[in-house]
Design a binder for this molecule. Structure first.
Ligand SMILES: Nc1ncnc2c1ncn2[C@@H]1O[C@H](COP(=O)(O)OP(=O)(O)OP(=O)(O)O)[C@@H](O)[C@H]1O
Length: 502
């Protein structure tokens, strides 16, 4: 079997030679061209596993080649070599369809990583056809907008370009990111989702980049950060707008250099991570307001993927509902919807999107009889409470946090591997249990004897009140409090707030 063939396009003879030698040592066949014209000639004669082109060539721009190859040779990834410090060129090339980029002076370890992942692109499972839908994709739905989204995900899975996913809370941003990862050549490596809004600022650097043993008090072991944990895979920065400015600078550097330095380490280590960011906020507005750095925004927002709210694709309701009920069913019995239920759902606006639909059905099922959900079981917000609406949790039930439980998990508190700390989604839905009994709050004019405990008690009380108002619908409670679902879930875990038994 012949070796994969790579085309190198560069007018600098020295660099061309260095690239050629490196690629040949990797067992590849290499053709070299010093200008666009010769490169085009090669491309008509051979099919390449990778094209690697300089941006400035004597007879034109490498960008032209990027456009031509992405349009005419869909199976050939093309990567660009950009001038030192030219972040703009890299972003322009990625937007034009480049698979990836490497900056000058070319670091051979980075080049090898790029080549290896390019070679894997055509080994990854082919993207699901837009109409294939649920059989191949976790994103359920057949509306035109979901079909277009699935097709876009299939294309995006074939490149390294950073993707910024936008969409309302619960609309499926994390699911879409997982889908991109699963369809990419990185599928065998980790997918790490990090909720940037849930990490205390003081712990951020340690959580993202890791630390060496003895780097600070409490660092009893060396620990990897999210970047190392996601090496070879995908790192999802969820709620990215919540990153503090100081951390934004460090993150930008890590993304640009593709290297990170553990706290306490002298040397940097290379990391090969695809970045997907997500937010339900308007990031461009955050930039205007000075809350988010323009350069990081530019770097993350190379390709945008927008998730439609559920109310704009109500045609997907039957399919989504069916899939959720199937999952909720037990012992082979799938719950069903009674008459008028789908119509009632269609008339609802779903501010919390698919997650809220899941919540509503889960609750409704708990109050339904014989696995048949009736319209009254839905207890939709804005409508009359259904017969199954759970009793409100009395505010007096708010208890102070148990000492020691309020501290967030983090390297300084209780070290946990970031891979486990990151996908908070999985650990979220704790089994129902009744809220513990309350202690009276300190009198208003007295100073609290322990400020953190006191503040935790206040926070706990407010969260319990929001939950009581929404019959423990966490999506709606988060909205009432102006925080994301994940932030609420994180705070509930931290403060040991659990759902009362129905
Ligand atoms: N198209 C879909 N098909 C099936 N399930 C979906 C779809 N979209 C979302 N979901 C489900 O809805 C829930 C919320 O999705 P997800 O966590 O991806 O939303 P999100 O936009 O990332 O939320 P947040 O803004 O709170 O971070 C998950 O359980 C997910 O599996």
């Amino acid at each position: 079997m012949s070796s994969p063939r790579v085309l190198v396009v560069d007018d600098e003879a020295d660099l061309r030679e260095l690239l050629e030698i490196t690629l040949v040592k990797m067992g590849l066949d290499v053709d070299s061209a010093e200008n666009l014209q010769r490169a085009r000639g090669f491309l008509t004669r051979h099919e390449y596993a990778l094209v690697l082109t300089d941006m400035r060539l004597p007879d034109g721009l490498g960008l032209e080649l990027v456009r031509e190859v992405s349009a005419a040779c869909k199976n050939t990834p093309i990567a660009v070599v950009t001038a030192f410090g030219s972040a703009e060129n890299a972003v322009v090339a990625l937007k034009a369809g480049a698979f990836d980029y490497v900056s000058k002076p070319v670091q051979l370890d980075q080049l090898r990583v790029l080549v290896q992942s390019a070679l894997k692109v055509n080994q990854a499972p082919p993207p699901a056809a837009p109409s294939q839908g649920p059989a191949r994709s976790r994103l359920r739905g057949h509306s035109a907008v979901i079909q277009a989204l699935r097709a876009q995900i299939g294309r995006l899975a074939r490149s390294m370009a950073p993707i910024a996913i936008t969409g309302e809370s619960g609309s499926g941003k994390e699911l879409a990111a997982r889908e991109i990862h699963a369809q990419s050549s990185r599928a065998e490596r980790p997918f790490i989702a990090v909720n940037c809004g849930a990490i205390p600022e003081a712990l951020m650097e340690a959580e993202f980049f890791g630390y060496r043993k003895g780097a600070f008090t409490g660092a009893s072991d060396e620990r990897d950060g999210f970047f190392q944990a996601a090496h070879g895979g995908t790192l999802m920065l969820d709620e990215v707008a919540d990153l503090p400015l100081a951390m934004q600078v460090k993150l930008l550097r890590a993304i640009q250099e593709r290297r990170v330095r553990k706290i306490g380490a002298t040397a940097e280590e290379p990391v090969d991570v695809r970045i997907i960011s997500a937010t339900h906020q308007d990031l461009a507005r955050c930039v205007e307001e000075g809350k988010f750095r323009q350069d990081l925004f530019y770097r993350l927002n190379v390709i945008e993927l927008s998730l439609p709210p559920l109310r704009e694709r109500l045609d997907d309701l039957p399919e989504l509902t069916g899939a959720i009920l199937e999952r909720l069913g037990s012992f082979g019995a799938t719950p069903v919807l009674g008459p008028g239920v789908l119509e009632a759902l269609r008339a609802y606006s779903f501010p919390g999107n698919v997650r809220e639909l899941e919540n509503i059905l889960e609750r409704a099922l708990a109050f339904s009889s014989d696995g048949v959900i009736d319209a009254a079981d839905l207890a939709l917000k804005g409508g009359a409470p259904g017969r199954g609406a759970p009793p409100a949790v009395p505010v007096a039930a708010a208890a102070p946090p148990q000492t020691g439980k309020a501290a967030p998990a983090g390297p300084l508190a209780a070290p946990a591997p970031p891979a486990a700390a990151a996908p908070q989604a999985e650990a979220a839905d704790a089994p129902p249990a009744t809220a513990p009994a309350a202690l009276p709050p300190p009198p208003l004019d007295a100073l609290p004897s322990n400020l953190p405990d006191y503040l935790a008690q206040v926070e706990r009380d407010i969260i319990l009140r929001a939950l009581a108002q929404t019959q423990f619908n966490r999506t709606q409670a988060a909205q009432l409090l102006g925080i994301s679902f994940r932030q609420l879930r994180y705070q509930m875990q931290k403060l040991n707030i659990q759902e009362p038994e129905a």
